[in-house]
Design a protein around this ligand. Sequence first.
Ligand SMILES: O=P(O)(O)OC[C@H]1O[C@@H](O)[C@H](O)[C@@H](O)[C@@H]1O
Length: 319
Amino acid sequence: MGRSNKPSAIGVGASLPQPTLSIKDNIIEASLPTGQSVTVHLYGATVTSWKTGGQEQLFISEKSHLDGSKPIRGGIPLVFPVFGPPPQNHVTSPLPQHGFARNSNWEFLGKSSSEAPGRDSDHTDLTVKLDFGLSHSMLTDEFRAAWPYEFGLVYSVTLTTDSLETSLQVRNEGQQNFEFQVLMHTYLNIADISDIRVKGLESKTYLDKTLQGTSHTESSPALAITQETDRIYQQLDPSVPVVVASAKDDQPLFSVTREGLTDVVVWNPWIEKAKSMADFGPDEAYRNMICVEAGSVSGWQTLEAGEAWEGGQSIKSRL
Ligand SMILES: O=P(O)(O)OC[C@H]1O[C@@H](O)[C@H](O)[C@@H](O)[C@@H]1O
């Protein structure tokens, strides 16, 4: 991934303009002096916008609820502690699909900025990190009863000149072990679904949720999305990027690397499912999105009392 052609670096020695932060109506927005910005709703700690090169990189449905009445349809909803419909006879069974993190009110813990080496030795790039927290005591009564564990989550959203990074720390603050799944449900904004290919999945095993969860091996080095697609790719090397590339010139549009997250879900609802989702719109917007979702969802992470786990993703965009 190349860095932005825009003036994305700041000369060393000059007094550095600082990132800006605005907090209004439970929405946090941070911008870098070089123009990149990120917006996070405290509801779900959902990233709802990531702009670079003046362009929106994330898809958000026009019909998405933004009033806290339903999980946000687009951006990066955070899935925790269960992915999909909870299994039967499991401790997560009373929870809703994808758990409670995306439909809970998080707190903003603060912003920190740092300087990272720029693209050459004369330059320094600024980054800004926003931290969000959720703990057992902050959940609704209903969620607290449904998942009775003492936990602490810290979700960090880091904006750099050429990437957006999201990472989650999960702490077990109680006396009992607990199990969880986690997924960063990223909706990437694309011009048209027919113009992209998903790369980095060849020879990997996946469960196809559109075919009763059966197991298959990916044969394509560059997957075209031509129908409803809902696949859990498993046992990926997190350091090898999953790339959304242009079908026309093979140039990467997005590149997603992970840490501690070995599964990647590729999802596009296609025509009928898009129409059936009340909060998805316009109907044909399925053409303008591809979800590449970094997670740990095939099995369960077990966290012993007093222990912590961390995982995350870094998304680079062509711009
Ligand atoms: O409608 P929801 O709950 O946001 O889920 C959207 C999709 O999320 C994906 O991660 C799942 O693999 C799909 O099966 C699901 O349909």
